[in-house]
Ligand binder design. Structure first.
Ligand code: NAG
Ligand code: NAG
Ligand code: NAG
Ligand code: NAG
Ligand code: CU
Length: 148
């Protein structure tokens, strides 16, 4: 085999390997409805839900579903808490809103886990009351995607 052919073969191998790798990560990425058929609601134990559905992986997607504000339903939202301390105390001061009160309507909104760090999710409504009393909080630390 000449040097030119070797380079060609090596190139094809690299392309195939990259294609395979990206397909594996797509195949392995999972989609979770937060709370399953309970969706994102007051009084459901999301710590328990997260423990039962662990482990989560980078590129997995969480789907938050909740009704928009109306006479019949309390509003909900989704925040990422700043750190463990604010998560534990449900202090929203330095949190970041990722889903407002209407974004959970219909088929909900999707949050893809991109980083291998703790994600402190909480409902931001009633100044932390849904987080404290309503148990609308959970932590997820995604793992590296598994390949096969
Ligand atoms: C929620 O679930 C967690 C994990 O199973 C458990 O440790 C905790 O006591 C539960 N909280 C309540 C209020 O039941
Ligand atoms: C996550 O998905 C993106 C786009 O599909 C991909 O480029 C990236 O490599 C994936 N991340 C991991 C850690 O697999
Ligand atoms: C919601 O409340 C408003 C005003 O109080 C009322 O006019 C309306 O009929 C209520 N809608 C429902 C669906 O109960
Ligand atoms: C949140 O910030 C406000 C305004 O700066 C402050 O008054 C309040 O004490 C803070 N709350 C907590 C729980 O730290
Ligand atoms: Cu809520």
């Amino acid at each position: 085999m000449g040097p030119r052919n070797s380079i060609l073969v090596a190139g094809i191998v690299v392309v195939l390997a990259l294609t395979f790798a990206s397909e594996m990560s797509t195949v392995n990425a999972a989609r979770f409805i937060v709370g399953d058929d309970k969706h994102w609601t007051f009084g459901y134990n999301y710590t328990d839900w997260a423990q039962k559905n662990a482990p989560f992986h980078v590129n997995d997607t969480l789907v938050f579903m909740y009704d928009p504000p109306s006479n019949l339903t309390h509003p909900h939202s989704v925040y990422l808490m700043n750190n463990l301390k604010s998560y534990l105390s449900c202090n929203l001061n330095k949190s970041r809103m990722v889903g407002n009160v209407i974004q959970g309507a219909g088929s909900g909104f999707e949050f893809t886990l991109k980083k291998r760090k703790p994600h402190y999710f909480a409902c931001g409504e009633r100044n932390g009351f849904h987080c404290t009393v309503g148990q609308m909080k959970f932590v997820i630390t995604p793992r590296r995607p598994c390949r096969g």
